[in-house]
Design a protein around this ligand. Structure first.
Ligand code: 3HC
Length: 314
């Protein structure tokens, strides 16, 4: 049973800006929320390797291939930092992965869109990683210590991802008419899905109030989305690309860019598993997991053998 005094003391620690560490007392609901959100974040990083991985063998030069390989590998690393952070709450990684591959755990909607051209890879670097940075730089100050520290490491790598994406976008935007057309088409297709990454509007976000109270999230979904739009409009202008929103206009009074209505029906459809690539993404992840079973078994057998020899020696 959680007493009111325990809950009040916990809230006082949060309000004082203290980090909550794995062995500290915490409300069960706080633990569940970190597991839900953090594991969803980890699954997103792992599934996020697929859209870009699709272009590794077709990158336009050796240099681009090396950069893309490194980036995709970084995303796997981000997933591992996050799974490790969440495991500190006493949940096994295998359970989290089962919930995602065979249960109801979610992963980011953005990865259910296809990458039709190499320009899509460039746009993912600029917009998708750019949106992830806006979100994750805040999560690096999250109240749960291991999750905050995982995000801090992730952000350092994400900023390289965004820079390489924007550099490629700039190159295509100043290239041949065909290259400009290809990169503009990628912006047109990825713009709204990128805005959806920040989650539903605040009025439709059931988890936000609790997460904000416990400073797991430091900003609402809409605040982060606005922050992202304000940054990206200037970046698009600088490379001569058009964001596909006729309602985009600067509001002198608020100092922010206003934007049009996000296609929420499409968002919820994708979240429910009906996006263009949902089934394909899950199929690929399940196959990779099942094909890798022998590696996990071998690693566990090796660890058991090592432990046995250590026990015998001591
Ligand atoms: N895609 C899929 N599901 C989403 C979603 C999205 N873009 N946005 C929200 N949802 C789901 C939520 O998970 C929740 O469902 P659940 O209760 O079953 O888990 C439901 O919709 C309602 O949303 P809420 O706003 O109440 O949920 P949250 O308060 O958790 O906020 C969030 C959603 C802002 C995405 C938050 O969970 C978050 O910040 N997560 C961590 C960051 C993250 O996951 N980023 C994913 C991208 S990873 C990435 O970009 C890799 C890069 O390197 C390319």
């Amino acid at each position: 049973m959680e007493t009111q005094q325990q809950l009040d003391d916990f809230q006082a620690r949060i309000d004082a800006g203290e980090k909550i560490e794995p062995k500290d007392w915490m409300p069960e609901r706080y633990r569940e929320q970190i597991i839900r959100m953090g594991s969803q974040h980890a699954h997103s990083e792992i599934v996020g390797m697929l859209p870009e991985g699709n272009w590794i063998s077709r990158a336009p030069s050796l240099k681009r291939k090396l950069v893309l390989l490194a980036k995709v590998q970084d995303e796997a690393g981000h997933g591992l930092y996050l799974y490790s952070a969440i495991e500190t709450l006493g949940v096994r990684r295998s359970e989290l992965i089962d919930q995602y591959l065979y249960g109801n755990a979610k992963y980011s909607s953005i990865f259910n869109y296809p990458t039709l051209s190499y320009a899509d890879v460039c746009i993912i670097g600029w917009l998708v990683d750019g949106a992830a940075i806006v979100n994750q730089t805040k999560l690096a100050h999250s109240s749960y210590g291991p999750y905050a520290r995982a995000n801090l490491r992730i952000c350092k790598e994400e900023s390289f991802h965004k820079k390489q994406g924007y550099e490629m976008v700039a190159k295509l935007a100043e290239g041949t008419p065909a290259q400009r057309k290809m990169v503009q088409s990628a912006v047109d297709r990825f713009w709204w899905p990128t805005l959806m990454m920040f989650g539903p509007n605040d009025s439709n976000s059931p988890n936000s109030a609790e997460l904000l109270k416990w400073q797991v999230k430091l900003n609402t979904n809409d605040e982060l989305r606005q922050h992202f739009v304000d940054r990206v409009v200037m970046e698009a202008e600088a490379v001569g690309l058009t964001l596909p929103d006729p309602d985009l206009k600067f509001n002198d009074e608020t100092g922010h860019w206003e934007f049009g209505e996000i296609p929420w029906d499409e968002f919820w459809d994708v979240v429910k598993g009906n996006g263009v690539m949902n089934r394909e993404r899950m199929k690929s992840r399940r196959k990779a997991h099942e094909d890798g079973a022998w590696v996990r078994e071998a690693a566990q057998a090796y660890a058991r053998k090592k432990n046995l020899s250590r026990e015998k020696a001591s």
